[in-house]
Write a protein that binds this ligand. Structure first.
Ligand code: FAD
Length: 460
């Protein structure tokens, strides 16, 4: 009897315990493994072109790894998965467990629809499965630092070996999806590309991470968020490589390694929070603003459109939003600045910005995206102090000190030398005429945001 492995957010063969379980079950039965990917029309409809183009390329790479036998079927999982199981006569469908709200609900529906066949989950996209860790009182963690301590104490498994010579079954497949046309310059997709990039980063990029990671002009971060999102690589692999890193002169310091690992723990923490609070996908965990604080109507819509297009008149914000449109990715420091600007300078609800991010980010991930937005908006449990409002000008001067990042993404400002690029309004007659005026006055909007937050606090 063949066994189905249903790929979802684990588009790889290496270090994939669920696939390992499927291969063992098939070998025990003396039969083959059906490699299934379900293209859900809902996913196709709600994703932006860069995301879909990346997914299409990643599926093409996976199909090659599966000796051309990846079975792609279009439709809703609760219909397609039982139909494929029946068609091939499989009693087991193996998966890496889904932990986010949509995936959990979908899997419940699939279990009901499978009838006698079983959905067998093994592992998750995280080193420590969401929901595993609790405080000593048995409660979910609310804040990061004690979570990190518990996470480190708990430890994680070694990477699973890559199964050798998998007997893939030949089953009818719909054609692989065509990559939609996009002008975005995307990273190479697939598990081999992810591993190559990761090894190159360990060799050349990680040294200096602790001090350079906040500098968008330096390309000092790993961009591993993309393969982590699609499961082309598992965090266990990254953690094992970090732990085994040889010390060498000029190589990564202990600080670089600790800091990088700590960022991976943020990823695990957000997944854990969303596991316990699935409503955080759309609702503030801690509503901090009175309802009437949000901008509404045509003016708010116009401000939102200008933000999306990178035409706010604040160079660091505009550079970030244009980097997003051009590449499907944005540097973390700039994500914080543009998010703060939308929520605290333009008074647009975080949910609207989060949807735009999810549609365009190639690493767009519900847990990381919604909870980082909540962190910036001050509505998360472990959020930046609610009165923190990023200043888009001083952030630019501090983290893009020579203005290189802004010049890379905002061509209208390319002729402006040095840090002056962060204050085009001070350039007098040399101010580029085609760069927009400031949409709002930051100092005034900051006062309004703080006053709103004070009112919200008084009402709570
Ligand atoms: P590196 O600095 O190389 O970090 C290594 C890894 O650590 C990353 O690949 C990522 O997996 C993890 N990491 C780093 N920073 C964070 C963080 N703040 N939160 C959680 N994990 C982190 N990340 C996503 O993966 N998907 C998203 O949809 C997403 N949306 C975001 C929205 C906002 C408003 C903000 C402020 C941040 C968001 N992040 C998101 C987190 C972070 O910006 C990215 O993970 C990071 O920029 C990815 O770049 P990198 O891989 O080069 O990071």
């Amino acid at each position: 009897m063949p066994v189905v492995h249903w790929f979802r957010r684990d588009l790889r063969l290496a270090d994939n315990p669920a696939l390992g379980a499927a291969v063992r079950a098939a070998r025990d039965a003396g039969d083959e493994v059906v490699a299934l990917y379900v293209l859900d029309p809902a996913l196709w409809r709600t994703s932006g072109r860069p995301r879909l183009a990346y997914l299409a390329a990643s599926l093409a790479a996976l199909a090659e790894s599966c000796d051309g036998r990846l079975v792609v079927r279009h439709g809703r999982a609760q219909e397609v998965v039982p139909a494929v199981a029946r068609e091939v006569g499989a009693a087991e469908v193996h998966v890496t467990a889904a932990t986010e709200p949509y995936g959990r609900q979908r899997d419940d529906a699939v279990v009901r629809a499978l009838g006698d066949a079983a959905l067998v989950p093994t592992g998750s996209p995280y080193a420590v499965g969401p929901g595993r860790l609790t405080t000593q009182a048995g409660e979910p963690f609310q804040v990061f630092t004690p979570f990190r301590r518990a996470w480190l104490d708990h430890g994680w498994a070694a990477p699973a070996p890559r199964p050798r010579a998998i007997p893939w079954a030949q089953v009818r497949s719909d054609p692989l999806p065509d990559a939609p046309a996009t002008e975005a310059r995307l990273p190479a997709a697939g598990e081999h590309a992810a591993l190559r990039r990761w090894h190159a980063y360990l060799e050349d990029g990680l040294a200096g991470y602790a001090s350079a990671r906040d500098r968008p002009d330096l390309d000092a971060t790993s961009v591993m968020s993309v393969p982590l999102k699609w499961g082309e690589i598992h965090p266990r692999t990254l953690l094992a490589d970090l732990a085994a890193l040889p010390r060498r002169a000029g190589g990564p310091s202990a600080d670089d390694v600790t800091r990088f690992r700590s960022e991976l723990v943020w990823r695990e923490f957000h997944a854990d929070v969303l596991w316990h609070h699935p409503g955080a996908r759309t609702r503030s965990l801690r509503p901090v603003l009175p309802d009437d604080a949000w901008a509404r109507g045509a003016a708010a819509d116009a401000a939102f459109e200008a933000w999306c297009a990178g035409r706010t008149g604040y160079p660091l914000v505009d550079a970030g939003m244009r980097q997003l449109l051009a590449t499907g990715w944005m540097h973390n420091r700039v994500r914080m600045v543009v998010a703060s600007f939308l929520v605290k300078d333009l008074h647009v609800p975080w949910q609207r910005g989060a949807e735009h991010f999810l549609a365009h980010l190639v690493d767009g991930d519900v847990a990381q995206n919604q909870l980082n937005w909540q962190w910036v908006a001050g509505t998360g449990r472990d959020a930046a102090p609610y009165f923190r409002v990023f200043n888009p000008v001083t952030q630019g001067e501090k983290f893009d000190p020579d203005g290189d990042y802004v010049r890379r993404w905002v061509p209208e400002l390319r002729e402006v030398a040095g840090a002056a690029v962060h204050r085009p309004w001070d350039l007098g007659l040399t101010r580029p005429a085609d760069y927009p005026e400031r949409l709002v006055d930051h100092a005034r909007e900051r006062e309004r945001a703080l006053a709103d937050l004070q009112r919200g606090k008084a009402e709570r």
